[in-house]
Design a protein. Structure first.
Length: 281
């Protein structure tokens, strides 16, 4: 770990203070480091080209943003949770020193998580391209009328949805919007992703779990100011007859992990407020 980045939330003073503290801590250990607000995407991308680790201060939203930036460079993320949930983080502000020291010693394992790539195709070519770690969502905008969307998987017609929206989620996203919409949980190590309608009306109302190389196409037939969103952060407007193509991204998101490989079960139960799983020998 010879060049470490630290990104913080520019509107949270506690995040800025912790970034400065971590920067001084790293430099005292002869580790070159840089720090930057998470709103400066281009500056961060420039630094990531030479970095070996990215420390993210914030909640899952900050981590999702960092994932889209870090994945193309193969830079692993070490998250310090300063948000509400922290599914993706590996430390909290009260234990970061001990855990970051372990990462610097190489006492960690890398977790690889699938990402999605979505393209909006129109008659004149590709209108937009988005990347997501959690999910890609087609949803209605301000009007109350439902959307009508045709679903194709690997060029084969599957069904037509009449619904408020359609979620295409990774295993990471299975604990997010998809879970709230009634979708199944997928373990992070799985390469599958899923398609799940939101409030379907007289349509298929179950999630479809697809193989890792599946190519999903969603044809917009009645948009009513429809939107395409990646991780709820990047959005683009959709027009009638747009074709949204979603597939596995060529990039994976890397996370530094310190616990056992089955940490996901314990973290999930804890975050859902259901106590803790018993330890087994």
């Amino acid at each position: 770990m010879d060049f470490v980045g630290i990104i913080h939330h520019p509107q949270k003073p506690e995040s800025q203070l912790l970034a400065a503290e971590i920067l001084a801590w790293l430099e005292a250990r002869d580790v070159d480091a840089w720090t930057c607000p998470n709103s400066h995407d281009q500056v961060i991308a420039t630094h990531l080209a030479e970095s070996s680790l990215l420390i993210v201060l914030g909640g899952d939203g900050s981590t999702l943003q960092a994932a889209r930036l870090a994945a193309p460079f193969g830079v692993p993320i070490f998250g310090i949770n300063m948000g509400r949930v922290g599914f993706l983080s590996e430390a909290t502000p009260d234990v970061w020193q001990e855990r970051l020291a372990r990462v610097l010693r190489g006492d960690f394992w890398l977790e690889r998580r699938l990402m999605l790539q979505a393209e909006v195709q129109r008659e004149d070519g590709v209108a937009a391209s988005l990347t997501a770690l959690n999910d890609v969502v087609v949803s209605r905008s301000s009007q109350m009328r439902v959307l009508q969307m045709k679903l194709y998987v690997d060029s084969d017609y599957v069904t037509t949805y009449t619904a408020d929206g359609l979620i295409v989620a990774t295993p990471t996203g299975s604990t997010a919007y998809s879970l709230a919409a009634g979708g199944p949980l997928l373990l992070p190590e799985l390469g599958n992703f899923m398609v799940l309608p939101v409030a379907p009306h007289l349509s298929l109302d179950r999630a479809l779990v697809l193989h890792p190389e599946a190519i999903v196409c969603v044809e917009i037939n009645r948009p009513q100011e429809a939107l395409l969103a990646a991780d709820g952060q990047e959005t683009t407007d959709l027009q009638e007859d747009d074709l949204v193509t979603i597939r596995k991204s060529q990039h994976e998101c890397l996370f530094t992990r310190l616990g056992k490989s089955n940490y996901f079960y314990h973290r999930l139960i804890a975050r859902l407020g259901m106590g803790a799983l018993p330890e087994r020998d």
